[in-house]
Design a protein around this ligand. Sequence first.
Ligand code: BES
Ligand code: MN
Ligand code: ZN
Length: 465
Amino acid sequence: MPHPVLSGPSADAVPVFTVTPDDWESHAEPLGAEAVAFARAQGFAGKAGTLAMVPGRGGRLAGVLFGCEPADAPGFDPFAHGRLPGLLPEGVYRLSGGVHDAGLATLAFLLGSYRFDRYRKPGGKAVRLVVPDGVDGEKAGRIAEAVAFGRDLINTPANDLGPQEIEDAARALASDFGAACEVTAGDALLAANFPMIHAVGRASTRPPRLIDLRWGDPGAPKITLIGKGVAFDTGGLDIKPASAMRLMKKDMGGAATALSAARMIMGAGLPVRLRVLVPAVENAISGSAFRPGDVLPSRKGLTVEIENTDAEGRLILADALALADEEEPDLVLQFATLTGAARVALGPDLPPLFTEDDALAADLMRLGLAVNDPVWRLPLWKPYARMLDSKIADIDHSGTGGFAGSITAALFLKRFVEKAKAYAHFDVYGWVPSARPGRPEGGEPQVARLVLALLEERFGRKAPL
Ligand code: BES
Ligand code: MN
Ligand code: ZN
């Protein structure tokens, strides 16, 4: 099923010329001297992000000039064409020349067409794009749908998306692709030895759970994705101030990334044994809430002293990591909206990546730039492990100094992984604070497309996009 925004070749499609301030007049020439004059009369000068519409016979649109930065300019955005669905009137368009990367431009167009309309009337303007030559429209469509799935999960507020609804989404995904899905919920988490997932989630009226999805040939390389699924993070007894709590419906952004990537991987039919683990909880406040100073047992057997109940993500992830590690997987990739410190370090658009595997880090940095889903490596700086020393337990979960918060969180998680052949943790923001081309304001399953690119390169049949 092709993506509804994409179209096959169409004689009526209006050409969109991608132009710069230096070359726009030569691009417009085929439209005629009057077209150039008309664009100039509108004040068009090829400036990035601006449009000029050129009339043809009978008042029809003959073409559109779309200003973009040249690929070597500092302001160049590989997703610039993500602006088009918002700017263009309803119709069918085709990209005609001047495009640096037609695959990314197509994807940006699809990603820029997204709208979260669960709670309002659909926006309903049909701006469609003819799949450019050499671009795999099926693949672009699949990726865009998987991203929209992740965005919807993050954008859905916590009153409509609790641990149960995260489970429902995982089960629906599993059934779409013939995957198995097992869930351990409520007090069964204690019997099954997931004490920290239980402790973090038990204060909520909506029971915590561990979702375990499996797909693919059991003999294929074992790839496990893990995503933090905190449906809402009040901070627990160490309650967050209002400004910090406002966006905490997005604290399941890591789970959204894992599920979105899983949809891409299964949709592409990659020859891997995929497993997705999502600890899904609500970090709520009630008489049964876990407390600062508590010492929790963990699946791995380490005792964990609770410094601050707002550092809940690493606790639920630690139990999921310990489970993942037990089958000695080839690769564990984990995603979490884990720390405010990651945002201070690198801002909302560039998630820190932590891994001890230099080749994996290099591949991820390179592919991140190539598919415009970037990450930046930060160190698992061992000397800072001292910040996690506890005086009464095996480990303290967050440290007291307030320094290097994203690194100490990553060091904590690393303690629960021993047997996996490779492990990487991504501290994602999961949210676009203000709209940019192809990236509407709101939820964003960051690094899901990067995961697909990595697994395709390492294990897959390659298709151009
Ligand atoms: N979910 C938050 C982290 C977060 C906050 C991510 C804002 C993105 C935006 C996480 O559970 C948290 O509260 N972390 C604390 C840890 C601290 C108590 C050690 C933080 O970063 O302040
Ligand atoms: Mn928290
Ligand atoms: Zn959190």
